[in-house]
Structures are given as structure tokens and as C-alpha cells.
Design a protein around this ligand. Structure first.
Ligand code: SAM
Length: 228
């Protein structure tokens, strides 16, 4: 476990919009609008320097450099860039937001990118990736755990890894995520190989009467190895 950061950040409007999205359409629109300034905004909470490198380091520890990786969601490509720095070259990016994908394309590190909504079954064959990386998605207002997590496990080959972050916001886990992870373990689909708290950040927003309301953002990084 890492030390909590000592920074308190005021949530700005675009990030509140994505956290408060009611469905995938609202979320897509919010990310499309946010795409131009996303990288600068997440740098404010050191996601690019404290979070993303941890995802890439764990992937480099578990996966061969010639492995085929699905970065899901790739967003603007921060994880892809970090993986490329570790020597990975076979990275494919998928995401709900066309504008985030445009930025990922600009990085030049993805072999391909395409729009997908993980609320639906993935139009991807089973057992083909050496790893799926899913960073900064399981958090408030974002994709349901089911079927996305089961689908990430399905498209990963036996022996490969699903590496994802799980944000516990105000001590509330992402709905259904822990339960589904345990169910997949019971089914013999995967086994847990790594689980670390990588960021813990107090965030403040203005309450209805102008008071400051504190939220706690705790980001865990997990890796499961696909069995079978
Ligand atoms: C906070 S960003 C993280 C992007 C990148 N992994 C990173 O670490 O910077 C969350 C991403 O999840 C994508 N997303 C959210 N829900 C999704 C869904 N149902 N299907 C596909 N992508 C989704 C958003 O479009 C957005 O690009």
C-alpha cells in the first residue's frame, strides 16, 4: 500500500460531469467534451505520474513485451503511452468516446482503435489477448461491472491477465464488482495475483450552502490471471 497523498483537490466541472453521468450516452458526451483538457485535468491529481505508471509497471511484470494487449478503455492513450515506454508494441485501444479515441490515435502507440460500449458483449473472439488493461473506469457514474469484467476475462487467453483499477469512492465499492470478481474466481475463470491501493486522494466540492464537502477517492489496482 502506498502512502496517501497529502493533496486536496477541488473537483472541476468536467470531472464532476463524468462522475455524475446517469447512462452511457451522458458519459460519452461528457468525455467527448472533456477530451481536449482531460490529460491536464488528471495531471492535477497526479493520475499520469502516480496511477498510470503503476498500471504499466504491473503489466510489464506480468506480461511478455511481445504480448497482445487490449487497453479497455484507452481514453486519450495515457496507459498505451506508458506501456509503449516499457517496450510493448501490440496494443489495441477501445473506448466509448470518439473524441477520447481521436486523442489516443494521436499518440501513435495503438495498432488500432475502435468505439465500443462495454455495457454490451464485446464483438471480440475469446482467449486472444495476453492482457486486458482497464484503468480508471470502475468508478462512480461509469460502466457496470457486469458484463464488462466477465467479457475482459473471456477475451483474455488462459494464462493471460486482466489488470484493472477499482475506485472505492467514499468507501463505497463499484456496484457488483467485488461480487463478480469472486464469482469468476469460484467458476475457475481466474485467480487474483495482485491487489494494491495505489492512490488515496481527498477531493472537495462545494455543497448546496457553499460549504466544502469532502469525498475520499481510493484507487486500487488489481490483476487476475485467466485460468482454464
Ligand atoms: C477516466 S477515463 C480513463 C482512460 C484511461 N484508461 C486513463 O487511465 O487515462 C475513463 C474512460 O472510460 C470510458 N468508458 C466509460 N464507460 C465506458 C463504456 N461503457 N464502454 C467503453 N468505454 C467506457 C470513457 O469514455 C473514458 O475514456
Amino acid at each position: 500500500m502506498t502512502e496517501p497523498t497529502d493533496r486536496a483537490e477541488l473537483l472541476d466541472d468536467p470531472s464532476m460531469r463524468v462522475l455524475a453521468a446517469k447512462d452511457a450516452n451522458e458519459l460519452r458526451a461528457a468525455y467527448d467534451d472533456w477530451s481536449a483538457t482531460y490529460n491536464d485535468a488528471v495531471a492535477e491529481v497526479k493520475w499520469d505520474t502516480d496511477g498510470v505508471p503503476r498500471v504499466a509497471e504491473l503489466t510489464a511484470k506480468l506480461v511478455d513485451k511481445d504480448g497482445r494487449i487490449l487497453d479497455a478503455p484507452c481514453g486519450t492513450g495515457l496507459v498505451g503511452l506508458a506501456l509503449a515506454r516499457h517496450g510493448f508494441g501490440r496494443i489495441e485501444g477501445v473506448d466509448l468516446s470518439p473524441k477520447m479515441l481521436e486523442r489516443a490515435d494521436e499518440t501513435g502507440v495503438y495498432q488500432s482503435t475502435r468505439i465500443l460500449n462495454f455495457e454490451d458483449p464485446l464483438p471480440i473472439d475469446s482467449d486472444i489477448y495476453d492482457a486486458v488493461t482497464s484503468a480508471a473506469m470502475y468508478m462512480p457514474g461509469h460502466c457496470p461491472a457486469d458484463p464488462s469484467l466477465r467479457e475482459f476475462a473471456r477475451v483474455t487467453r488462459p494464462g493471460g491477465h486482466v489488470i484493472f483499477t477499482h475506485t472505492v469512492y467514499d468507501e463505497v465499492p463499484h456496484p457488483g464488482l467485488n461480487e463478480l470478481s469472486a464469482e469468476l474466481e469460484r467458476e475457475g475463470m481466474w485467480r487474483l495475483v495482485s491487489n494494491d491501493l495505489i492512490q488515496e486522494i481527498p477531493l472537495y466540492e462545494e455543497g448546496e450552502s457553499g460549504e466544502q464537502v469532502e469525498h475520499m477517492w481510493a484507487c486500487h489496482l488489481l490483476a487476475y490471471q485467466r485460468l482454464g
